[in-house]
Design a protein around this ligand. Structure first.
Ligand code: DC
Length: 227
């Protein structure tokens, strides 16, 4: 029987990590953990409680009151904070604009990384984020660094947004600028910055359809699980 391994997928915002990680997990019969959704959920909680994302001490003080659950349902994966399903609410531009700052704090990372490591230890998991291959699961048997140009990522984000929120139009230039700002913040932060692990396989999806990307990832996973 094939080994049930841990697969780490890292990369910048909008590279297609979540879709790929979800599909890969489905095809392999693995659990999928979207770590970005965890940072977003913490950020949403702060915004809703009126805690400024810029106030590190206040963010850290508010953390113990958060109970975060990821559930796998037939309708898809849900993220729940203190009993409220926030799966849709964590995708707004307000949360996207504040999440890099909240996720740069050591107290936030320590809390979430501990949870992620517990889940990762059992294997049979695909986890996506920014620091999975470098910090959360450095022993992962397969590490993928998924990337694409800023323009391609912005176009994909915009298409996804327009489908979900047709009554809230956004400009491409604004989406591009948001992605650039988040790339900068995620790559330049002191703790666990976004970077490719030395043993990660680089996959650029500019010229690939989602199906072609999935096929490439499945080939990589098969190589590892059958050897
Ligand atoms: O993947 P995403 O765009 O939903 O992630 C939201 C933010 O969370 C991203 O800007 C950086 C942060 N993040 C992180 O710092 N570490 C992770 N493992 C995942 C996300």
């Amino acid at each position: 029987m094939a080994k049930r391994i841990a697969i780490a997928i890292d990369g910048p915002a909008g590279a297609g990590k979540s879709t790929m990680a979800k599909w890969l997990a489905e095809r392999l019969g693995y659990v999928y953990v979207d770590t970005g959704a965890m940072y977003r959920a913490v950020t949403l909680y702060m915004l809703e409680k009126g805690v400024s994302p810029a106030a590190e001490a206040a963010v850290c003080a508010a953390l113990p009151a958060i109970r975060l659950d990821l559930t796998h349902t037939p309708q898809g994966d849900r993220i729940v904070v203190n009993g409220t399903d926030v799966t849709a609410a964590i995708r707004t531009p307000e949360v996207s604009a504040a999440v890099s700052q909240v996720s740069s704090y050591a107290c936030v990372r320590a809390l979430l990384v501990e949870r992620q490591r517990e889940w990762g230890a059992a294997g049979g998991i695909v986890m996506d984020g920014r620091d999975i291959g470098t910090v959360v699961l450095p022993e992962a048997e397969l590490k993928i660094f998924l990337t694409a140009s800023v323009r391609v990522r912005a176009l994909r984000r915009l298409a996804q947004w327009q489908q979900e929120y047709p009554d809230r139009p956004q400009e491409l230039a604004a989406v591009e600028e948001g992605i650039r700002a988040r790339d900068r913040a995620d790559s330049e932060r002191k703790i666990s910055p976004l970077r490719q692990a030395e043993d990660a396989v680089l996959v650029n999806t500019d010229e690939l359809t989602p199906e072609e990307t999935l096929a490439r990832l499945l080939t990589l996973a098969k190589k590892v699980t059958t050897c």
